[in-house]
Design a protein around this ligand. Structure first.
Ligand SMILES: *[C@@H]1O[C@H](CO)[C@@H](O)[C@H](O)[C@H]1NC(C)=O
Ligand SMILES: *[C@@H]1O[C@H](CO)[C@@H](O)[C@H](O)[C@H]1NC(C)=O
Ligand SMILES: *[C@@H]1O[C@H](CO)[C@@H](O)[C@H](O)[C@H]1NC(C)=O
Length: 389
């Protein structure tokens, strides 16, 4: 009760940072060759499809270059300028016409891509399935941020994750220390810490934390990882055990995380973790909250969205709610917190093919769908969504 009062006062203290505006989003597709541009009006909750841009391949994951021009007009309905289309699509070699080939000697498919937030603006690509130990560091044009083309010459570094079964599905930069990156190694059941050479962008291994197995010998299967802005806590979404686990970093040594005993389920009691494969964890706009999502294997079931309130140091105050999603999520149910309002997040699914906007209720005890847009293109849409503005 005391905790809930604290939580509510935390929410009451929160005031929206922006007034009504139009925001733009980009949505990727798994198997159809499009990227969709949407707009969202945060006053009327109108979610609108604006453009269908053909791409040479589908995209398992979209990430925006941090070099995007910050000029998307707010409060107007004009779409982002075409120069905004500087997303990074890491192509799966088996499907691609004009690929930026991943380097190294692996047979996996491209699954995830992360752009550097500091110069040089190198791009980091990971593989999944089959032999997926290889990571690739791509160089970019320093003016445009575009990937540098040309059969291997655009590759700064090929590096490997060397645990049995290593397959990294997510990376995140430390939010407190420049040039430190954490990788969630689903197959190796580990979190890797690398430092980044600030001249070349190449990664240097620092440490790996193999996560403990549970009492039944089950793995976490870390899929994605979120870093709190204070640099003291990391949160990992466990795909295999459908929970969020907390890692802690020492204040004088930010680079090596260790596990804490704190974890939160992304399942309801009675659910079998084998029926789910948890998907995402990300900080809200201010870092005072955290969003997470789970998806069900069976497309007739439903997945979950959850939200957490965080203390200023990044520790968890409370898991606020765990709520069923419209569909199982298919391969997605990827939640994307908005960059302008802690209470608003976008969610994708590829069972029916849609993007939804979710909004936390004022009492912080639930969230609801305030906008839904069907994008039916035969099971390709929707993979993940990024907020352009
Ligand atoms: C990375 O691997 C690719 C493909 O095997 C190769 O063409 C390229 O030369 C390698 N680059 C570096 C920097 O090791
Ligand atoms: C987008 O365009 C592609 C190529 O023309 C098409 O196959 C796809 O169905 C379109 N998507 C939607 C939602 O109409
Ligand atoms: C969702 O995408 C995955 C990956 O491309 C695909 O295997 C699956 O069939 C899609 N789901 C639906 C319902 O089309």
């Amino acid at each position: 009760m005391a905790l809930m009062r604290m939580l509510l006062s935390l929410i009451a203290l929160w005031t929206p940072a922006v007034t009504a505006a139009i925001h733009f989003l980009l949505v990727g597709t798994f198997s159809s060759n499009s990227i969709y541009t949407l707009s969202f009006d945060d006053e009327t909750n109108q979610l609108t499809g604006l453009a269908n841009t053909s791409t040479p391949v589908g995209s398992s994951w979209l990430t925006l270059s941090t070099r995007k021009p910050c000029t998307a007009p707010r409060g107007t309905s004009s779409p982002p300028p075409s120069s905004a289309m500087r997303w990074r699509t890491l192509a799966s070699p088996s499907r691609t016409k004009r690929p930026f080939w991943r380097g190294g000697d692996c047979t996996g498919s491209a699954i995830f891509v992360l752009a550097a937030v500091d110069p040089p603006y190198t791009v980091y690509g990971n593989l999944y399935y089959r032999d997926a130990r290889c990571g690739t560091v791509f160089s970019t044009d320093s003016d445009t941020g575009a990937l540098v083309d040309g059969g291997g010459s655009g590759i700064v570094q090929n590096y490997t994750y060397d645990l049995p079964g290593s397959a990294v599905h997510g990376m995140t930069w430390s939010a407190a220390v420049a040039n430190v990156v954490y990788s969630a190694d689903t197959g190796g059941n580990a979190i890797w810490t690398h430092s980044r050479d600030k001249d070349t962008g190449a990664l240097i291994p620092v440490d790996k934390l193999v996560l403990p197995t549970d009492e039944r010998g089950g793995h976490c299967g870390p899929r994605h990882i979120a870093a709190h802005r204070q640099g003291l806590y990391l949160y990992v979404v466990c795909e295999a055990s459908s929970k969020i686990i907390q890692l802690c970093l020492d204040s004088d040594e930010f680079q090596t995380p260790h596990t804490t005993d704190n974890e939160w389920p992304l399942l309801r009691s009675g659910d079998d973790e084998a029926d789910f494969w948890a998907d995402e964890v990300l900080m809200s706009a201010s870092g005072d909250f955290m969003w997470a999502s789970n998806r069900a294997h069976d497309s007739s079931r439903q997945g979950y969205v959850s939200m957490f309130a965080l203390w200023p140091d990044g520790d968890v105050v409370a898991q606020m709610f765990l709520q069923e999603t419209t569909t199982s999520g298919g391969f997605a149910n990827a939640i994307a917190p908005s960059p302008f309002d802690d209470r608003i997040a976008a969610l994708t699914e590829n069972v029916t093919g849609s993007v939804e906007i979710w909004r936390m209720a004022d009492d912080g005890q639930s969230a609801s769908v305030v906008a839904h847009l069907d994008i039916r293109d035969g099971g390709g849409c929707c993979a993940n969504v990024v907020w352009y503005s």
